[in-house]
Design a protein around this ligand. Structure first.
Ligand code: PLP
Length: 398
């Protein structure tokens, strides 16, 4: 038997994947399952983007490219930052990776030394703490609360900083809460980060998916000093419904981007050449898909939040962005379903799946066990039907 690496002990298969797999198996066996687990938009990738990929294949763009991305895509990314965020970057300050997730992985590999701490506000995207760990660092989790809009206060941030703190992760709008920081709130965070000379890691992958007129702003655009201490992560997955194409990007100080590029050069090399050309079209071409998605998501968000708030024992904050509702199910915990007591979010998720055929993601892996995550990247019909089933199930607990 080959002994596996000790590193793996901190990198287990996620609870999220386990419940998704169970939902899939039930569906395959013929059960009527409504899925609120999706972590990707349910829209098709727009045709102009698909055509750009087909053209790239026909034109023979099928070989290795520069490790950090073709110049045409770097220039499209640079133009995006100018247009949307008033940020000016050069090509040597941009890295294109195999998804935004890959950029973040490269970043932690490039900046962390053993013992370094990274501040991660909870609820967090499940991959941050694991990627910090794989980079040899330690995630320092800062709990935020629903009543503070799931946002880290300047006081809580300051209190979490130690001698060993190297960086802070800000994900706005957030997965799983959908919460987004205002420009003023970002300025408060940035001020402390600069004072303590911390790197700001700003994951802006949901930047364009915001509602009720909320406009997301990049923390890097606060000032030149902040920009010098910030790496911005973004990508085409969520904005253009291109999750399978695997293109994400990072922008930041030259030395860090060079380090990240070196890591990438020794692992994956360039992201897929064809997808890079598709991403050029996504960023430079017509932006119509965004209007369609945002309008539709906003309606669905309202239906889901209103429906959940009508359930006794459930509370849902109306999020500013992304396509998730992080619902408080504290009122259902400790109650009984037959012989079983619903102790935490995983018990509740299993109860909803087994009992009424609704798949949700437990909040525990995101850092809060009194919540479940529901994605509204599904049809309005499913939302109405699924929320009704959740109501029956939860109000049926004793
Ligand atoms: C989806 C997601 C990403 C990146 O996704 P990629 O498909 O790898 O670009 C990054 N951060 C968060 C919080 C996400 O939800």
């Amino acid at each position: 038997m080959i002994r596996l690496s000790e590193r793996l002990s901190g990198c287990e298969e996620s609870v999220t994947l386990a419940i998704t797999a169970k939902a899939k198996a039930l569906k395959a066996s013929g059960r009527d399952i409504i899925g609120f687990g999706a972590g990707e938009p349910d829209f098709d990738t727009p045709d102009n983007i698909k055509e750009a990929a087909i053209k790239a294949i026909r034109d023979g763009q099928t070989k290795y490219t520069a490790v950090g991305g073709i110049n045409e895509l770097k220039d499209a990314v640079i133009a995006k930052f100018k247009r949307d965020n008033s940020l000016a970057y050069g090509r040597d300050e941009i890295l294109v990776s195999c998804g935004g997730k890959h950029s973040i992985y490269n970043l932690f590999q490039a900046i962390l030394n053993p013992g370094d701490e990274v501040i991660v506000p909870a609820p967090f995207w499940v991959s941050y703490p694991v990627m910090v760990y794989l980079g040899g660092g330690t995630a320092r989790i800062v709990k935020t609360s629903e009543k503070d809009g799931f946002k880290m206060s300047p006081g809580a941030f300051r209190a979490a900083i130690t001698e060993k703190t190297k960086a802070v992760v800000i994900n706005s709008p957030s997965n799983p809460t959908g919460a987004a920081y205002t420009a003023d709130e970002l300025a408060d965070i940035a001020k402390i980060a600069l004072e303590k000379d911390l790197l700001i890691i700003s994951d802006e992958i949901y930047e364009k998916l915001t509602y009720d007129g909320f406009r997301s702003s990049s923390i890097a655009s606060i000032s030149d000093d902040v920009k010098k201490n910030t790496v911005v992560l973004n990508g085409v997955s969520k904005t253009y419904s291109m999750t399978g194409w695997r293109i994400g990007y990072a922008a930041g100080p030259k030395a860090i981007i060079q380090g990240m590029t070196n890591i990438q050069s020794q692992s994956t090399s360039n992201p897929t050449s064809i997808s890079q050309w598709a991403a050029v079209e996504a960023l430079n071409g017509p932006q119509g898909i965004l209007d369609t998605m945002v309008k539709e998501f906003e309606k669905r968000r309202d239906a889901m939040v209103d429906g959940l708030n009508a359930i006794k024992g459930v509370g849902a904050r109306r999020p500013e962005g992304a396509f998730y509702v992080f619902a408080n199910i504290g009122g259902a915990l400790g109650k009984r379903a037959g012989e079983k007591t619903v102790k935490g979010s995983a018990d509740l998720a299993n109860y909803l799946l087994d009992g009424v055929g609704v798949a949700v993601v437990p909040g525990e892996p995101f850092g809060d066990d009194s919540f479940i995550r529901l994605s509204y990247a599904t049809s309005m019909q499913n939302i109405v039907k699924g929320v009704e089933r959740i109501k029956q199930a939860i109000e049926g607990l004793k």
